[in-house]
Design a protein around this ligand. Sequence first.
Ligand code: SF4
Length: 211
Amino acid sequence: MLHADEAAALQASIERVGARVTAALQANPGVVYAIEFVGNLHRGIDQTMAQAALRGEPVACQAGCASCCSLRVEVAPAEALLIAQHLHSESADRLQQRLQALRQQQSLLAQGGTVRPPCAFLQDALCSIYPWRPASCRKAHSFSATACQSAAAQLPQDLAITMAAEALQRGTALGYRQRGLDGVVQELSAAVLQALEDDAAASRWYAAAID
Ligand code: SF4
C-alpha cells in the first residue's frame, strides 16, 4: 500500500510518460511504428533493472531460474503483436511448433486445474522469446530465489524498481489509449496465438488510431 505522496508521485510519473508516448505516436503515424514503439517500454524497464544493479542491489534472478514462468503473464496488444511479428520471421517449421505449443497451452488453461502449466515460450528453463519478452516479465524480480521456488505470497522486491516499472508500463498504456489504441492487457499465450492466427490483427488494432 502506497502512502498518499508516493501514490501522487506515481500518478505524476504515469502522466509524464503517457504524454511523451502520445506525442511520439502522433509524430510517427503508422502501425509499424506503433508496434515497434513498445520496445521503448522494454528498454526503459531493462535500464531500471540495470540501474538497480549498479546501486548494489543485485537481484536473485538469473538464466535457468524460471520460477516466475509458471505464473499468469499479461501483455498489451502492441507487445503481443511485436512477439507475433518476430515469430512470423522464423522458419515455417518453427512457426508450426510455436502454434502447436500455444494451442496446447490454451487447451491446458481451459482445463483449469490447481497447477498452472509453464509458459509456452519456456524451453529448457530458458525464455525462447527473451529479446521480445513483455514488460510484465522484464519487471519481475526477487532478492530470494528460495522465496520464488516456494511460491511465497510476498517476494522480497525493490519498491523503487517496482514503482519505476509501473510508471513506465501504465504510462505507456495511457499514451496508447490517448491515441485511441487499445491497451487492454490479455493473457500472453492467448494474445500471441490470436495475433499469429489473424493476419489482419495489427491493421485492425491500428485502425482505431486518432488522426
Ligand atoms: S515470456 Fe519468457 S520470461 Fe515471460 S513467462 Fe514466458 S518464458 Fe518466462
